[in-house]
Design a protein. Structure first.
Length: 362
């Protein structure tokens, strides 16, 4: 049995003035309309970010009673994990139509709080809190510093990631930075320093937003070809290797399940919470050699990503939305010609949780 994504949509993005449940409802109903499937047919639901009982609360709000649900929290990687769980549930006959959704109103609420991410009293806190790191940027900055030192690169090299993201967002009318003009390397370098070597423009946006995807066992749509995941560490004190992330293992597992190689992927959507995320991801997933990820020529993050389109606390579901649009050929000015396969990679925590999904169309 093949499982396919048959509907995708975003909710309103930017600064919306709406509640999380309003945004979630927008995303779900728009994705179902895109799929041509009524809400009454949804018998599987995966979501988080609303409360400790996110799936229950959203199901109640929508007026549905799912036979299968998942509200796991694993940071930005979790939506790619949900795809794997949903595909398995559909194949096992637990449900027939699954909606994966997420939304946040963090910009409207003026908050970046993510409860339970890092609590005092954990073993990691004992070693790390005395240095008063900024969570999570100081940890990503440590990785960036190591990367630049190891490969003889500088901040200007890393700034190119932000410049490229802004250029792609100029082709995406939904992007927060759409119409704001191009970004230059000098502007990135002159932006306020937050945690060396990462400045303000090396960091993802803070926006409202979210999205939803609909999966079924129907033959039409964008097929789920493979998936894999990996958990490595919680805090930076326990990271085994700053430059070898769990994407190496999650990607290997996804490629093996799909029966494909990196050369056979047409477009990549990577979680870009900070500029350093992109080169490390491209290298770990096999699209570039060590230290060469900044110059990988594989089309990636075509909508502008978290750096230039939107970042509503967790980005993973929107990476899936963009990948499906590319495979449908509906990317507009940003469309990658003849895209038939896509890899989507989510990252959670500080390179802590990783999940990779490979999609394709025949």
């Amino acid at each position: 049995m093949s499982v396919a994504i048959v509907g995708v949509a975003e909710c309103d993005l930017g600064q919306t003035g709406k509640s999380v449940l309003e945004l979630q409802t927008q995303a779900v109903t728009r994705a179902l309309a895109d799929a041509g499937i009524p809400l009454s047919e949804v018998d599987g639901l995966a979501t988080n970010g609303i409360s400790r009982f996110s799936a229950t609360q959203l199901a109640d709000y929508l007026g549905i009673r799912p036979a299968w649900s998942d509200s796991t929290f694993a940071g930005g990687a979790v939506f790619e994990m949900y795809v794997a769980r949903a595909a398995q549930a559909i194949e096992a006959g637990q449900c027939g139509t699954v909606v994966i959704s997420y939304a946040s109103n963090q910009r409207t609420a003026r908050s970046r709080k993510m409860t339970g991410v890092f609590e005092e009293g954990t073993p990691e806190a004992d070693f790390e809190e005395p240095y008063r790191p900024l969570y999570p940027i100081s940890y990503y900055a440590m990785v960036a510093q190591r990367y630049l030192h190891t490969y003889g690169l500088g901040r200007a090299d890393l700034a190119e990631v932000a410049v490229a993201a802004r250029a792609k967002a100029q082709l995406n009318p939904a992007a927060w930075t759409y119409g704001k003009g191009p970004l230059t390397v000098d502007e990135v370098l002159e932006a306020p320093m937050i945690s060396s070597p990462l400045g303000k423009l090396d960091c993802c946006l803070v926006t409202d937003g979210g999205g939803a995807i609909v999966l079924t066992s129907q033959s039409r749509g964008v097929e789920v070809l493979g998936y894999g995941e990996s958990l490595t560490h919680t805090g930076m004190a326990t990271a085994p290797d700053l430059l070898r992330t769990g994407a190496v293992d999650s990607g290997r597992r996804a490629f093996a399940r799909a029966g494909l190689t990196p050369d056979e992927i047409d477009v990549v959507q990577l979680y870009d919470s900070f500029t350093i995320s992109v080169p490390l991801g491209m290298e770990a997933l096999g699209f570039a050699g060590a230290g060469e990820g900044l110059y990988a020529d594989k089309p990636h993050n075509t909508g502008g990503g978290g750096l230039a389109c939107c970042h509503p606390g967790q980005l993973g579901v929107l990476l899936l939305v963009e990948a499906v649009r590319q495979l449908r050929g509906s990317g507009g000015e940003r469309q990658v010609p003849n895209a038939r396969t896509a890899l989507v990679h989510g990252t959670g925590g500080i390179f802590s949780s990783h999940a990779t999904v490979i999609l394709g169309v025949s």
